[in-house]
Design a protein around this ligand. Structure first.
Ligand SMILES: Nc1ncnc2c1ncn2[C@@H]1O[C@H](COP(=O)(O)OP(=O)(O)OP(=O)(O)O)[C@@H](O)[C@H]1O
Length: 282
């Protein structure tokens, strides 16, 4: 079989698997290294359509590098990444464009352009991907996205320096939602927020995920976020995804890091808090 035919056959096979299994992101045999440092090796992960997948792991285990590999900001040494059945590796920019429009990203710290207002920040992807949309409609879309994230309309003309940490995150979220994505990447969205602000942000994420039918890839160190809104959790350790499942499923494994993380004092406090919330709702 000619190499192009083999590639076409592999693509068709993955597409069928995506349809059959409802997989939004499939990562196979991923390897990433920086010089001598091997960050990932033989890493596999499936993210199901419509789930919030929490991604956890010790500092430096490569959570952000994994996200960057999926969204094409990091070219892996080896491996395959498919998003909605489309291979993302080695794709030319304009080939990957159609898929790129289907996701939004909230980078660590919000990554807003400091010289642009909140509304202008939200308009950046619209200008980039839909240059034919005129200024009036662009403004309307930006205003709608800003409100969707729970920010007041008055936040639109403000500059990032004039916003609180929580407002900056919401502004970044509004920008991530600008193109009506199917897939949302959130890199430590609640880092640096006070517990009330973090819980409010989690609620907003869940609400948006449910109303918009989003698939969410969520990197976090926040146990409360994992317990309260994640459907499943993937654990990065030893250069791989060592375990993936619900928190109960993870607790049934005997991996020392997982046990220490979820069964340590903070993990137990988060479990107790979730149980209290459930009781309140009954
Ligand atoms: N561009 C780069 N050049 C060299 N090394 C890098 C680069 N990007 C990441 N690394 C290294 O890869 C490793 C994984 O980084 P990454 O940011 O993915 O970790 P992380 O799990 O997200 O950590 P944290 O929880 O602290 O944010 C780190 O040791 C980091 O120094």
């Amino acid at each position: 079989m000619a190499p192009e035919e083999e590639i076409a056959e592999e693509e068709a096979r993955v597409e069928k698997a995506v349809e059959r299994d409802g997989i939004a992101i499939s990562v196979r045999n991923l390897k990433n290294s920086f010089g001598e440092q091997v960050v990932h090796e033989g890493l596999n992960l499936d993210v199901r359509k419509g789930e919030i997948l929490g991604v956890v792991g010790g500092s430096g285990t490569g959570k952000s590098v994994l996200m960057r590999s999926i969204i094409g900001l990091q070219t892996p040494d080896e491996g395959e990444v498919h998003v909605f059945g489309e291979s993302m590796i080695g794709r030319l920019d304009d080939e990957a464009l159609a898929i790129r429009k289907r996701w939004g990203v909230l980078f660590q710290g919000g990554a807003l352009f400091s010289t642009l207002t909140v509304a202008e920040n939200v308009e950046v992807p619209i200008r980039e991907y839909y240059p034919n949309i005129g200024p009036k409609l662009r403004d309307e879309i930006a205003a709608y996205k800003i409100r969707m994230t729970g920010l007041p309309a008055e936040a639109g003309p403000k500059y990032p320096a004039e916003l609180s940490g929580g407002m900056k995150k919401r502004a970044g979220l509004a920008r991530a939602l600008a193109l009506d994505p199917d897939l949302l990447f959130l890199d430590e969205p609640t880092a640096g927020l006070d517990p009330i602000g973090a819980a409010a942000f989690d609620d907003q994420t869940r609400k948006l995920q449910q109303t918009l039918g989003l698939t969410v890839f969520l990197i976090t160190h926040d146990l409360d976020t994992l317990y309260s809104i994640c459907d499943r959790v993937a654990v990065l350790a030893d250069r791989k995804v060592t375990a993936v499942g619900t928190i109960d499923e993870l607790l049934a494994t005997d991996h020392p890091w997982i046990q220490e993380y979820f069964n340590g004092p903070r993990g137990r406090a988060a479990t107790a808090a979730v149980a209290r919330e459930k009781d309140k709702r009954r």
